[in-house]
Design a binder for this molecule. Sequence first.
Ligand SMILES: *Cc1c(COP(=O)(O)O)cnc(C)c1O
Length: 206
Amino acid sequence: MRAGREPDAAKLVAVTKTVPAEVIWEAEDLGLRDFGESYIQEAQGKVQALKGLAGVRWHMLGHLQRNKARLAVELFDVIQSVDSVRLVEALERHAGDMGKVLGVYLQVNVSGEGQKSGIAPEGLGELVQAVRSAGHLQLEGLMTIPPYDDDPDASRVHFRALKALAERYCINGLSMGMSGDYEVAIEEGATLVRVGTAIFGERGTV
Ligand SMILES: *Cc1c(COP(=O)(O)O)cnc(C)c1O
């Protein structure tokens, strides 16, 4: 195998934005257990509708505003878009109130694209420290979204940069790779890939 890794070395998060609850139910029946959503309002109805599914983990992938932190802690098991110390503080406070331990990925803007969410690599050390000293947050890894490119190989340099940062801070988890570039991501050490359209087909509008 090209990546020189076991096929199950990376966990699959099925990205279900715009996918109706009935289809998620079927996906769970086929064995998928990790689902990702990008918009908190859209996720709310689905998470509640599928509450009965035991062993399912919900991942928040989209940008999270601090005033939505409480709802996010209520709905999700893992937040993959954590990118500021103030958000860390809000999540810790709400998770503490609810007596819940929340999984966290720190989203890093490794490409330096201006409009993109994610912490700049220079700010990552402080953020890692904040999560590691928070009793109700479990640091599971780093996450990145490379700039869109038709060529999957264009993502490689960004995946390598994320891996180098993870090594610097002794972090094991790497959430990287989407439908277009998950194979490259796995070659570069992804432990979790986030795949939507390659599973569910092209997204319509909600
Ligand atoms: C939508 C989304 C995905 C999945 O994208 P596909 O190209 O459909 O696989 C992965 N990660 C994030 C953060 C997303 O918003």
